[in-house]
Unconditional design. Structure first.
Lengths: 44, 444
């Protein structure tokens, strides 16, 4: 999405590919927080 | 239709409803409910003896209830198959038709019947229905009718055999008003454009004007949307013929109780005055809705819908024919209202798309599929409820089984499973953990 509208995103952002937003369970999100992420955006 | 009915490779089930679809591409099992006509299809020759003796008249739904038909009748003269049917809600059961039928084709004991079909691919072409709100006095004032009712009035096989008359006094209306965008492009009703109504107004006003050149016809519109090949020229010819196209919408409409004429107040954009004009008849270009039963069809086949209620395609630009269910394709207005030429294009596309996997005889699936891990499973069966594709079932031993053809690899089951007993191939938890750990290294 960011690419198609030519939007920039900050360097501190890390993207994780998922087959479907349904795949994103609590454990995946908690793992991210556990590793020090300040926030997690689920985008579909 | 007649050609299709006579084709040796085609079987037509009319007056029927799809009630259940199971299986997957190549192996769909479809249950079709055949509603009782109370006439045995194989026996009826369409002679019409029953209609002659039937004493009951009912509104003719094919003529938009503008004419009457007998309680036992054929829905319209060109109906395929040409078999009679009985409107049981209105039937008084005098059985005169049974006595009149020499072929003994009338059977009042007929029941609903479920037919099971095994098919490889499915094309959904359930069409559309007309919006019938009470806008502009529709339903209250006799001479306010819809475009579809007008179509029946000016049709050669319609209630007046093609003669233009208005419903209240059966006289020819001289001053006619068309109102476009009734119900559609309205924030409070239907937000979408119904696509076909502008051209419908152009066509019908032009037909009336060429048949009765002394008619005074006004078309009120928000925007004239006659996009498409040769439609702009068609619109131009209508204007050249003397039909008045005015941008503006009706503020108020009242019926004169004596003459049944309609007093219409409208503001022509740019003119800055409210005009009050009397018309003999008002025709509403009402919006198109997904046909009744679209919700049921979507539920039965597991097809998604767009916010406007029409069936959803895989991709609005690149895949306008396929649905998200492999082997089910869309054709025509069920996917969104469209003109005849586009409907024909899409129908041919759907037929070809459905033919490709059937010709190839094999279907390639992706390897991203859910994999259950039996020893971890606590048998809570939350995954079965969560699966949007109904791909998970329970076997005789109570363990879960994933149908890898129906499964589409979304991973909802993986996310919802409390005991991590179902994994998505290529998107496993261990892979995600490694991925996230690598992306977010903890600095010592």
């Amino acid at each position: 999405m960011a690419g198609t509208i030519r939007a920039q995103y900050p360097l501190s952002l890390r993207t994780v590919l998922v087959p479907c937003t349904g795949r994103v369970g609590a454990d995946v999100i908690m793992r991210g927080f556990g590793r020090g992420a300040d926030g997690i955006i689920v985008v579909g | 239709m007649l050609e299709a009915d006579r084709h040796p490779n085609l079987e037509m089930l009319t007056y029927s409803e799809v009630v259940k679809v199971e299986g997957y591409i190549g192996n769909f099992r479809v249950q079709v409910k055949r509603k009782p006509r109370f006439v045995i299809e194989s026996e009826c020759t369409g002679c019409g003896a029953c209609t002659e003796v039937c004493p009951i008249y009912v509104p003719n739904y094919f003529d938009e209830n503008l004419s009457a038909r007998k309680c036992i009748d054929i829905s319209f003269a060109q109906a395929v198959p040409a078999i009679y049917d009985i409107v049981r809600e209105s039937c008084v059961e005098c059985f005169a038709c049974v006595d009149s039928c020499d072929l003994e084709a009338i059977d009042f004991s007929q029941q609903e019947e479920i037919v099971e079909l095994e098919v490889g691919t499915i094309i959904v072409a359930t069409g559309w229905d007309l919006y019938q709100g009470d806008d502009y006095g529709y339903g209250k004032y006799e001479n306010v009718i819809t475009q579809i009712q007008l179509e029946r009035i000016i049709a050669p096989n319609g209630p007046t055999f093609g003669h233009l008359v208005r419903p209240s006094d059966r006289k020819r209306p001289k001053k006619i008003l068309f109102i476009n965008c009734v119900g559609s492009r309205d924030e409070n009703k239907l937000k979408y454009c119904s696509v076909v109504c502008c051209n419908l107004s152009v066509k019908n006003s032009k037909l009336i004007k060429s048949e009765y050149p002394d008619s005074e016809i006004v078309v009120l519109y928000i925007d004239m949307r006659t996009a498409g090949k040769a439609y702009e020229e068609y619109y131009r010819r209508a204007r050249d013929a003397g039909i008045v196209f005015v941008r503006g919408l009706v503020g108020q409409i009242e019926e004169d109780p004596l003459t049944k004429n309609l007093k219409v107040h409208f503001e022509a954009v740019g003119a800055d005055i409210v005009l009050e004009t009397e018309f003999n008849m008002v025709i509403l270009s009402s919006a198109s809705l997904p046909s009744r039963g679209t919700n049921e069809i979507a539920a039965v086949m597991n097809i998604e819908k767009t916010p406007d209620g029409f069936l959803r395609e895989t991709h609005s630009r690149l895949e306008p024919i396929k649905t998200k269910v492999p082997g089910i394709y869309l054709a025509g207005s069920c996917q969104g209202q469209k003109s005849i030429d586009l409907t024909v294009s899409q129908a041919k596309g759907a037929a070809s798309s459905a033919g490709i996997p059937m010709g190839q005889g094999e279907y390639v699936i992706e390897l991203i599929r859910a994999q259950p891990i039996d020893e971890r499973c606590a048998k809570c069966y939350k995954c079965i409820e969560a699966c949007p594709y109904k791909a998970i079932s329970i076997n005789d031993e109570g363990t879960i089984v994933v149908d890898i053809i129906s499964c589409r690899g979304c991973g909802i089951c993986t996310a919802i499973c409390p005991s991590k007993a179902i994994e998505l191939a290529h998107y496993k938890d261990v892979q995600y953990s490694a991925y996230i750990d690598e992306l977010l290294p903890i600095e010592d």
